[in-house]
Design a protein around this ligand. Structure first.
Ligand code: ACO
Length: 333
């Protein structure tokens, strides 16, 4: 059986910083203290008007290829996880990216699982390497949710930021790499977090634009509970199933949605604070990009050591959630 690991990481964050103070100055009935206390977010990045998801994805992808020491011709498959594609219907953002990266004779497709997109794409991409059919798969996760939030709704616009993260998946030494992946979905909770209109169920109209039904709607409290109650037990199960204990975890990398969700999860999992990777204060919730962005930052900081056990946990709209357990290193095949 071929072992598959992350052999390169990359990220891109737009230059424009929107601080909590900037949001207060937009005239919203909120305060910098409220936002920081309830979410942990101090600032987020917002893509300039001329920057789209594929532009951010391109920068993150190039960064990951460089980190892996690979060229575009080494890539056999491209998966882009996003819920904010450049074009609503087609072409896919993956095809736009394939062209810009100069990837030749490869399949390229978008994958939609909201904030769990990276976990789903990582799991999917890894299967192609594991089967022996492909050598290197590029997974790029990007979201530009600033375009889909109501900037006058204080309960939503404070949460999200834009960005992209990418990883290269390749064969690694035996017993390294992805040890276990578990994917979950629960569609009966779809209405907790949704963009209610603009798709095939209710096509775009003036009425929808006026009612702002083409933008994110969320039951924040219910999402909070659903998130904690779903992914925390799944992490416990996955760790056990992988034949590990919670003490074996060197780093826990949760989706960055709210610092209170992360703290509660860490508390329930009895994890030391220094094992939990957090960057939500700088970027807010970058949806499917949040886990690969933090992985790229941790790798650049030299945090991960050979053999470290890293548990990544995603959750998001759908409702979807997922756990990936990785043994870092073994990149000498
Ligand atoms: N400033 C001041 N007051 C606010 C703000 C704000 N920005 N936003 C909401 N409030 C008010 C509410 O109106 C409410 O007032 P009321 O009591 O008069 O009705 C009060 O604060 C409390 O509201 P809650 O919604 O209960 O506040 P809560 O502490 O739950 O925080 C939040 C809200 C931050 C949205 C929280 O529920 C949350 O983070 N939920 C999870 C959201 C999330 O993770 N979403 C994404 C997950 S999946 C994915 O990533 C796509």
């Amino acid at each position: 059986m071929i072992s598959v690991g992350i052999t390169g990481t990359g990220k891109y964050l737009p230059e424009k910083v929107v601080t909590n103070e900037d949001i207060v100055n937009m005239g919203l009935d909120t305060s910098t203290e409220w936002i920081e206390e309830r979410t942990g977010i101090k600032e987020r990045r917002v893509a300039e008007e001329n920057i789209s998801s594929s532009d951010m994805a391109f920068e993150a992808a190039e960064d990951a290829l460089k980190d892996a020491g690979l060229d575009s011709e080494d890539i056999d498959l491209l998966i882009v996880s996003t819920t904010t594609p450049d074009y609503q219907v087609f072409p896919s953002t993956a095809c736009l990216l394939q062209d810009r990266l100069g990837l030749r004779n490869v399949g390229a497709f978008d994958l939609s699982a909201a904030c769990t997109g990276f976990s789903y794409a990582l799991t999917t991409g890894a299967q192609f390497v594991k089967s022996g059919d492909m050598k290197n798969v590029l997974v790029v996760s990007v979201d530009c949710l600033s375009r889909f939030v109501d900037w006058t709704d204080r309960s939503i616009c404070i949460l999200f930021g834009d960005g992209a993260g990418a990883v290269v998946l390749s064969e690694v030494d035996k017993d390294y790499g992805i040890l276990l992946s578990e994917l979950y979905s629960q569609g009966d909770a779809a209405d907790l977090l949704m963009v209610p209109a603009g798709g095939s169920r209710r096509m775009m109209s003036m009425d929808i634009l006026e009612q702002k039904e083409n933008l994110v709607r969320m039951d924040g409290r219910a999402v909070f509970k659903m998130a904690v109650n779903s992914f925390v037990p799944s992490v416990l199960n996955a760790v056990k199933k992988a034949g590990l204990s919670l003490d074996d975890i060197n780093y826990f990398v949760p989706h960055q949605a709210n610092l209170r969700i992360i703290d509660l999860a860490a508390q329930k999992l009895k994890l030391d604070k220094n094992k939990v990777l957090i960057n939500i204060q700088k970027y807010g919730n970058t949806s499917s990009a949040s886990i690969p962005i933090i992985m790229a930052e941790a790798k650049r900081e030299g945090l991960f050591k050979d053999g470290d056990i890293i548990v990544m946990a995603g959750f998001g709209a759908g409702f979807t959630w997922a756990v990936n357990i990785l043994r870092w290193g073994g990149i000498n095949v």
